[in-house]
Design a protein around this ligand. Structure first.
Ligand code: 8X3
Length: 250
């Protein structure tokens, strides 16, 4: 049975994931997609490429007031995809830059909860809706240099699970999607434009593609109303978790 939403809101819509989600839902026949981003030109380009009705939500997620102005009062959203966010840096925790942490926390944590808070009351009032949070395997499986990024994704996963506790009985669904290695601009952003370092992350292996994540998001969204995909972790077939590290030089 199909349960395609009529209206979808995607944050970080001009990222590789955001574009793949928008294209997937537009092609499936949703009526309207609200596209959030901070680059007006990129948003307009994406808007032109989509066949359905669209609405542009322009704002920088480090600006709380701007978030409130843009997202407060939005109504009739069937599916909110909290996709905005990313990683900055891969230095060890004692060498990392606090300003990178601040930006990650703004995008991955603060704006996630703020935007969700704006959208949820109308979903609850309508007894209908679905929030899909794009978390990461990093939220469950820590790795060197991950520190604040891993912690922010653990937050996204746990926030999703805790939201379900509050929303049970409201008919509003919540899903945490937790992708592993996906070839996108994620690494270019993490390494601040260093093409060589970013390419090395995906070299000689078969990373997932943004379209694979769009499939999983679509799967969760399209399940019948009585079924809530709570968590969905997806990795490349060529990726797995590693053993514990044991230091033997003591
Ligand atoms: C992206 C996946 O493993 O690079 O969230 O952190 S990973």
């Amino acid at each position: 049975m199909s349960n395609l939403p009529k209206t979808v809101l995607i944050t970080g819509a001009t990222s590789d994931f955001g574009i793949a989600f928008a294209q997937k839902f537009a092609a499936a026949g949703v009526q309207k997609i609200s596209l959030h981003g901070r680059n007006a030109e990129k948003l307009a380009m994406l808007q032109k490429s989509l066949s359905c009705e669209t609405e542009l939500l322009l704002c920088d997620l480090s600006d709380k007031q701007a978030i409130d102005e843009v997202f407060a009062g939005l109504k009739n959203i069937d599916l909110l995809i909290n996709n905005a966010g990313g990683a900055l840096g891969l230095e060890k925790v004692y060498e990392a830059k606090p300003e990178d942490w601040e930006r990650m926390l703004d995008a991955n944590v603060s704006s996630l909860i703020r935007i969700t808070r704006h959208i949820l009351p109308d979903m609850v009032a309508r007894r209908s809706g679905h929030v899909i949070n794009i978390s990461s395997v990093a939220g469950s499986w820590p790795y060197p240099g991950g520190h604040v990024y891993c912690a922010s994704k653990a937050f996204a996963t746990q926030f999703s699970l805790a939201m379900r506790s509050d929303l049970v009985g409201t008919n509003v669904r919540v899903t945490s999607i937790e992708p592993g290695l996906v070839e996108t601009e994620f690494s270019l952003k993490r390494f601040k434009g260093d093409q060589e370092k970013a390419a090395a992350v995906y070299a000689d292996t078969r990373p997932l593609k943004a379209e694979d994540i769009a499939e999983t998001v679509f799967f969760a969204a399209n399940m019948p109303e009585h079924a809530n995909i709570t968590r969905l972790e997806i990795m490349s077939t060529d990726q797995a978790t590693g053993p514990f590290q044991i230091y033997r030089g003591a």
